[in-house]
Design a protein around this ligand. Structure first.
Ligand code: SAM
Length: 448
């Protein structure tokens, strides 16, 4: 019988969806962080549930040839990355394997899954960071949360953000300390500064800064602005976002602009995009471009097509393909993002695209147009059941599904393939290197 706090010699035979090593002790599965498939090790069982437990890696007895020394000094404690101990080829193979297994097990989908498309340099790729601040032992800390906790890792350098972001975090830790700013205490729900959000434009090198606070006041505002802009002239936008709620969602609904405009500009697919602080924009522009190209190739567009870009954000997908089709209709629930999308159509001189504020599941059902191609790019919870039913009812010939959660993708494909759709092909893209997150693009066609 397996016992808590006991030590066992084990062999890892698989990996979980979040990249933990899986071993079995007398048939009882135990998941161990940082262990790789094929490795043998001494572990300590630290937690036991009814059907599975968790262990800690004590010593690796036989190391996988795919193991790599993580380049980050915070890797063992930080919740940001969890596959940095795998070499990059293994990370890509892991993502393809997880895609195949999840589609098969959760969705009963058997289809072609291509190799994961990786990056030439899988570091420093993220153009956005949300960085909570707090206090520890009386000192201001700021960085990323530990895994499954709200304990802040006071990062020195992060290897997936642009290098300047780590510098900016250090700068604000010092500035907030010097100005004796009240830092937010999550447990007591007191204090002012909750954190900062940074966005970097790969095309202009500009940065937007969002100061996230619990109220509209900002003592030492002039000093903060002056010092920030002196040190980082590439900061073109500073916004104060107000979040008074006791919640672990970082951004609130209200905001005021402190410097510049509430937009930063970036380029994707040869087009210019304005992005406001609350709008969604893909975090890895290099991979997004590759993924969009595949999505557009899957759509087999013609110049008479009416295309719907559901969950369109600031309009990136729809605007990238507008020149190939008759009309694009984008649907998005965040008002600011739709404003960005409309402005983006204007600055790129695109006249055949219109954007609707609303829920995709409600809006598509009431469109008068016959849809030839539908792009869906939902958040992690996947496509709403009502929208799936509308797709089936409207007999849309081609659906291109971009997903950041292979479990909800499997669920949705399962429904569509039971209702006259064939899953033609899936391609995973490594949008989030050094983490277990998987992004995929899938082509579905209606069967005759
Ligand atoms: C994964 S993002 C994709 C954005 C865009 N396609 C892109 O590539 O940048 C999902 C978007 O769906 C929006 N959203 C969430 N639920 C929605 C709904 N029910 N209807 C329409 N849009 C929704 C979010 O605000 C977000 O902008």
């Amino acid at each position: 019988m397996v016992e808590k706090n006991a030590y066992y010699e084990v062999k890892f035979t698989d990996l979980t969806h979040d990249a933990m090593g899986v071993c079995k002790i007398d048939g009882y599965p135990v998941f161990v962080k940082d262990a790789l498939k094929g490795e043998e090790a001494l572990i300590k069982v630290v937690k036991m549930n009814k059907n599975f437990g968790f262990g800690r890696l004590i010593e690796i007895r036989r190391e996988s040839p795919f193991r790599k020394l993580p380049i980050c000094e915070h890797y063992q404690v930080c919740g940001g990355c969890n596959t940095m101990h795998m070499n990059y080829d293994m990370q890509l193979a892991f993502k393809r394997h997880r895609t195949i297994e999840t589609l098969r097990k959760l969705g009963r989908v058997e289809t072609t899954v291509n190799e994961t498309v990786g990056m030439n340099n899988p570091y420093y790729y993220r153009n956005k960071a949300v960085l909570p601040f707090g206090k520890k032992g009386g000192k201001v800390v700021g960085g990323l949360y530990k895994l499954r906790s709200h304990d802040i890792v006071n990062i020195k350098r992060c290897h997936i953000f642009p290098k300047v972001f780590s510098d900016i975090v250090r700068f604000f830790r010092t500035l907030f300390t010097e100005l004796k700013m009240e830092i937010y205490d999550e447990v007591e729900h007191t204090g002012l500064i909750r954190g900062i959000m940074l966005r970097h434009s790969q095309s202009t090198d500009e940065i937007s800064l969002t100061l996230i606070t619990t109220s509209g006041k900002l003592p030492h505002k002039d000093i903060i602005l002056e010092r920030t802009l002196n040190r980082y002239p590439q900061v073109v936008s500073i916004v104060q976002n107000l979040n008074p709620d006791k919640t672990n969602v970082m951004l609130g609904q209200k905001a005021k602009v402190l410097h510049g405009k509430d937009v930063i500009e970036d380029t994707l697919m040869g087009l210019k995009f304005e992005i406001s602080h609350r709008s969604f924009f893909q975090v890895n522009p290099v991979q997004s471009e590759l993924l969009y190209k595949k999505a557009i190739e899957y759509a087999k567009l013609t110049e008479t097509d009416t295309v719907v870009d559901a969950y369109c954000g600031i309009g990136t997908i729809g605007l990238s393909l507008a020149h190939q089709v008759r009309e694009v209709i984008g649907i998005e629930v965040v008002k600011d993002a739709v404003k960005n999308a409309q402005q983006n159509a204007k600055i790129n001189n695109i006249k055949n695209a219109r954007f609707i504020v609303g829920e995709a599941e409600e809006e598509i059902a009431s469109l008068k147009e016959t849809i030839d191609v539908l792009f869906v790019d939902p958040p992690r919870k996947g496509v709403d059941k009502k929208l799936l039913e509308t797709i089936v009812k409207s007999k849309i010939p081609r659906v291109v599904y971009i997903s950041c959660n292979v479990s909800t993708l499997a669920r949705d494909l399962n429904f569509l393939q039971a209702n006259h759709y064939k899953v033609i092909e899936v391609t995973p893209y490594d949008m989030f290197p050094q983490t277990g997150h998987i992004e995929t693009v899938t082509l579905l066609e209606r069967t005759k």
